[in-house]
Design a protein around this ligand. Structure first.
Ligand code: TRP
Length: 337
């Protein structure tokens, strides 16, 4: 067996439905970069998932390319990782249909994300929103992924993927690899700067709760100066996610930026209040993001390069994904074309 085949496979994706945030960088992309040598990695821009809620077409196109540029600027090397746009690989839609015939209505009805999204989009509870996890199962199973780096909110979808794979394998033999959710050891869970009890989300772009990777330094500084700390406790920098959620979140961010431990940060700011701490975190984030923003902006001006990356990514992805679809179609009894 050659080197490539012995490595485990990783697949993950982010919907280009909003700009990438500091949370997606620190909680996901930053950790993906380190996996490239040890694993066979696929990272997708999940544009087909994005259209389960209404998107402005020009904006979606712009954000998809921008997200690709940001992936690369964050250090995901397109030579070492397969970076591709979901809609460029027809196998995703093809396998999703087949798998939807092996997914139960009841299972999909129990998905908490569906229930949340249906509540939020009461005027557009479309079938795609409902079958979203089947498409996600197809994304994962097409590449025979062993590990799927996801946040807590997506774990249920990976569990469902396993149930679908298990059901299919039980009938047709070992067609799919059983994937597992993968929470990297170093993954940081970054919370909103305004409501630190909830995850930093791109939906909070307007109220200052989230920082995006391409935000200008002055906007980043404003978000951190205005970040919510904990008014009910003493004005001191101490890590305690139970009672000091806001400050602990800022410490987490500062720790990722500087590599300092919580103990070191506590010492650095001992005797100083939040008023001194918050702008320092802001500055550290500005410096962390500066090279990423500059590189992403440079790449976005180089359309030909970006095009070569997503073309090559789609070609590589389609090779692997096509093989899985052909196998599935054969098992199902479709006449080979
Ligand atoms: N559903 C994921 C999210 O909303 C994005 C996604 C789509 C994904 N396909 C995937 C994540 C496959 C991991 C694997 O965050």
């Amino acid at each position: 067996m050659d080197e490539q085949n012995r490595k485990k496979t990783i697949l993950s994706g982010i919907k280009p439905s909003g700009d990438l945030t500091l949370g997606s960088y620190m909680g996901a992309i930053k950790n993906w970069v380190e996996l490239a040598d040890e694993y066979n990695c696929y990272y997708m821009l999940a544009d087909m998932h994005a259209v389960t809620v209404r998107q402005d077409p020009a904006e979606l196109r712009r954000r998809t390319l921008s997200q690709l540029a940001q992936y690369i600027a964050c250090g995901l090397d397109p030579e070492k990782n397969t970076l591709f746009i979901q809609s460029h690989v027809p196998a995703h839609a093809e396998l999703a249909w087949a798998l939807s015939c092996y997914t139960m209505f009841g299972e999909l009805s129990r998905m908490t994300q569906f229930k949340d999204k249906a509540a939020k989009n009461a005027d557009n509870i479309n079938a795609g929103l409902f079958t979203y996890p089947v498409l996600m199962a197809a994304d994962i199973l097409l590449y025979q992924a062993d590990l799927v780096p996801v946040g807590e909110d997506q774990k249920q979808h990976v569990e469902l993927t396993r149930d679908i794979a298990h059901r299919f394998n039980a009938v047709y033999g070992d067609v799919f690899t059983m994937p597992e959710p993968f929470i990297p050891k170093t993954g940081a869970r970054i919370m909103s700067l305004q409501t630190p009890c909830s995850k930093m989300s791109k939906s909070e772009q307007d109220n200052g709760g989230c920082v995006c990777l391409l935000d200008k330094p002055e906007d980043i500084m404003r978000c951190f100066r205005r970040a919510v700390t904990d008014c009910d406790t003493v004005d001191c920098v101490r890590f305690d996610p139970e009672t000091k959620q806001g400050v602990s979140n800022l410490m987490q961010i500062y720790s990722v930026c500087t590599g300092k431990s919580f103990q070191q940060i506590q010492e650095e700011f001992s005797g100083l209040g939040y008023g001194a701490f918050k702008p320092r975190v802001g500055e550290a984030v500005v410096e962390l993001l500066r090279p990423i923003r500059e590189e992403a902006e440079r790449l976005l001006r180089d359309k030909a390069y970006l095009e070569s990356v997503y073309r090559d990514g789609a070609r590589r992805a389609a090779q692997v994904a096509g093989r899985t679809v052909r196998k599935v179609y054969k098992k199902l009894g479709f006449v080979q074309p």
